[in-house]
Ligand binder design. Structure first.
Ligand code: SAM
Length: 199
């Protein structure tokens, strides 16, 4: 599907958005709690539907995802998997595509346009040490520039490219709190009490 079609906001946009699972490898509870939470929140905000935490089973990170989804809506889910390679092999067997974000990969602007968007996609981001098997298992190894930076930045830029931008409010149905754009203040609708909770 040509990427420029996804860039046009239209009512059918949601039905053609790729179904994306973000897989975080090698989470270390103490060291990575903040960045892994940011990664999950970025995945959700950019329109991913699922987050898989590998490495330490960190209930707090998973709770953060659940709390934010409960408050701000959408169908985002998050879970821990102890065996990322097993999860990814199973994902591929079911017909999914695996995209690994790595500074050693192909240029993301050109490579992303080759990824089929009709099948589920697992986007894998590394932690401390990425096992060599991941590079072979991946259908696409994609670099967001060839400099080392942040998994959050890499994910955001890749997601923007494949999704055609940030997910709009239509992606977050069932939200209790809905933020309305405003040039100078905070406008938040609380759907529970049906009143304007602006500050
Ligand atoms: N030092 C670790 C290693 O050698 O495996 C990588 C640390 S890096 C902060 C963590 C993750 O961020 C990487 O595994 C990769 O997924 C992502 N990342 C960092 N720079 C990237 C880039 N230029 N392009 C794509 N992904 C990148």
């Amino acid at each position: 599907m040509p990427r420029d079609r996804l860039k046009k906001p239209s009512p059918w946009l949601d039905s053609v958005r790729p179904d994306i699972t973000v897989v975080r490898l090698g989470h270390r509870q103490q060291r990575d709690k903040r960045i892994t939470s940011h990664l999950g929140l970025t995945a959700r905000a950019m329109g991913a539907t699922h987050f898989v935490l590998c490495g330490d089973d960190d209930e707090k990170v998973l709770e953060t995802m659940a709390d934010v989804t409960e408050t701000f809506g959408g169908n985002f889910t998050a879970e821990h998997h102890a065996k990322p390679l097993g999860f990814l092999r199973h994902f591929a067997k079911q017909g999914g595509q695996i995209v690994h974000l790595t500074m050693y990969g192909e240029d993301f602007e050109s490579a992303t346009s080759m990824i089929p968007t009709e099948v589920p996609i697992a986007v894998v981001v590394g932690g401390a040490k990425v096992p060599g098997e991941i590079y072979k298992l991946a259908d696409y190894n994609i670099a967001v520039g060839h400099q080392p930076h942040s998994e959050v930045a890499a994910l955001a830029l890749f997601m923007s490219e494949i999704m055609g931008g940030v997910a709009g409010s239509e992606h977050f149905s069932g939200a209790r709190l809905e933020v309305k754009p405003h040039p100078s203040g905070k406008v938040v609708i609380d759907h529970d009490d049906d009143s304007d909770a602006s500050q």
